[in-house]
Design a binder for this molecule. Structure first.
Ligand SMILES: CC(=O)SCCNC(=O)CCNC(=O)[C@H](O)C(C)(C)COP(=O)(O)OP(=O)(O)OC[C@H]1O[C@@H](n2cnc3c(N)ncnc32)[C@H](O)[C@@H]1OP(=O)(O)O
Ligand SMILES: O=C([O-])CC(=O)C(=O)O
Length: 372
């Protein structure tokens, strides 16, 4: 394979009406709406509705969608039992993967005509799955996975912290979940579509996508970025350490992108929320450290923060434990994955590319006693 197409870069692998990703840091749209407008004006549930049903909801449609989702938050006893058996040192993304898969055993998608109800159910259940496991395994508490919070982000924070989240935190969660919701043919979405193309069930598609998002080159970068910046007390210390990492040719998590060349349009938005949260909590360390890392990466490598980098400090300022960062990405990207699964199913042909063979020439068969 020619080098510039490694990782299928630049190769069109299908069609979508869901999302455009421009290369220059502009042009990220969901169903025709610019990401800046969505992040500024919309609530996450409106964007979920847009992706899943192709148009923004009316006020009445949004109300009924929210109530439908709110009514689906209870977890079945068998799922809670499974979650209680997962150890405290498991990775939360593995918990999400198992939670999704287990729900697929208990509430199997029997027919594609049921897809929307299963998508709603997963959207409603994911915050409960991760927080039920987290609170049980870390604090020995069996929590109720219902709450009176109208939004998915607020519901997650309420279950995690056991108290009503502030308006600011709910707003940040809306913006964050909107930014993470959809991104064309990224690795996890492509996984979901490939699985869907075999006519597999929804839970299998989403379980595979969760496993793909887990890696540090994809969604796992927000946790890896946090692990990096929390090592540093001052911007100068960060700069010195970063220079060493670059010299050793280490990857700096939360920087660079497979498609964007100049900037990631989601960065400025989450960075501004991180700045506001830093001010609110009186942070004088992580935000300045993050800004210095951004400046050094631009100066030394011409690389820019992607959606993950300032999410690290933003989530941290809201008191969210680092290992739960990527599961939040799952709660959001579920909408994009599911929309792509629906799109694939509506016009399906099994995804099956070809490979350039690089192995040995045809060989004569050797009986086992003649080998060695
Ligand atoms: C929500 C998301 O999933 S966004 C992505 C999250 N992932 C990360 O933040 C992980 C860190 N970043 C990376 O590993 C990469 O930038 C990826 C995986 C996102 C994209 O990979 P690619 O498309 O292969 O990157 P690209 O072709 O632009 O790389 C160009 C060069 O920059 C280097 N580079 C790219 N990103 C980084 C980085 N974060 N740190 C150091 N060097 C980097 C590459 O090593 C490559 O150098 P080389 O030609 O000497 O090998
Ligand atoms: O598009 C990509 O390759 C990765 C990404 O930013 C995302 O999935 O949000």
């Amino acid at each position: 394979m020619a080098e510039n197409t490694a990782g299928l870069r630049g190769i069109t692998a299908g069609e979508t009406a869901l999302c455009t990703v421009g290369q220059e840091g502009t042009g990220l749209t969901y169903c025709g709406y610019d990401i800046h407008d969505l992040a500024e004006h919309a609530e996450f549930e409106e964007v979920a509705y847009l992706l899943l049903y192709g148009q923004l909801p009316t006020a009445a449609e949004l109300d009924s969608y929210r109530s439908r989702l709110q009514g689906l938050r209870q977890l079945p006893a068998a799922l809670r039992e499974v979650l209680e058996r997962i150890p405290a040192d498991a990775h939360p993304m593995d918990v999400m993967r198992t939670g999704c898969s287990m729900l697929g055993n208990l509430e199997t998608e029997q027919d594609f005509s049921e897809q929307d109800q299963h998508i709603d159910r997963l959207l409603s259940a994911f915050p409960g799955i991760i927080t039920y496991w987290y609170r049980y395994s870390h604090h020995g508490e069996r929590i109720e996975t219902d709450s009176d919070e109208a939004s998915i982000g607020g519901h997650f924070l309420k279950l995690l912290h056991g108290k009503k989240p502030s308006d600011l935190h709910v707003k940040v969660m809306h913006a964050s979940l909107i930014l993470y919701a959809e991104h064309e043919f990224n690795a996890s979405t492509f996984t979901a579509r490939t699985c869907a193309s075999t006519l597999s069930d929804l839970h299998s598609c989403i379980t595979g996508a969760i496993g793909t998002l887990r890696g540090p080159l994809h969604g796992g970068a927000n946790e890896a970025a946090m692990a990096m910046i929390e090592n540093w007390q001052t911007p100068d210390e960060a700069e010195a350490a970063l220079m060493g990492m670059l010299e050793r040719k280490e990857k700096i998590m939360g920087f660079g992108h497979a498609i964007y060349r100049k900037s990631d349009p989601r960065n400025a938005i989450i960075k501004e929320w991180s700045r506001q949260l830093a001010e609110q909590v009186g942070d004088t360390r992580l935000y300045p450290v993050s800004e210095r890392v951004e400046a050094v990466m631009q100066r030394e490598k011409g690389l820019f923060p992607n959606a993950d980098f300032f999410h690290a400090s933003a989530y941290h300022f809201m008191g969210i434990p680092t290992p739960l960062f990527t599961p939040i990405f799952v709660m959001s990207r579920l909408t994009g994955w599911a929309a792509h699964i629906k799109e694939q199913r509506a016009n399906n042909r099994i995804i099956r590319p070809s490979a350039d063979y690089t192995g040995p020439e045809l060989k004569a068969w050797q009986p086992i006693e003649q080998r060695g």
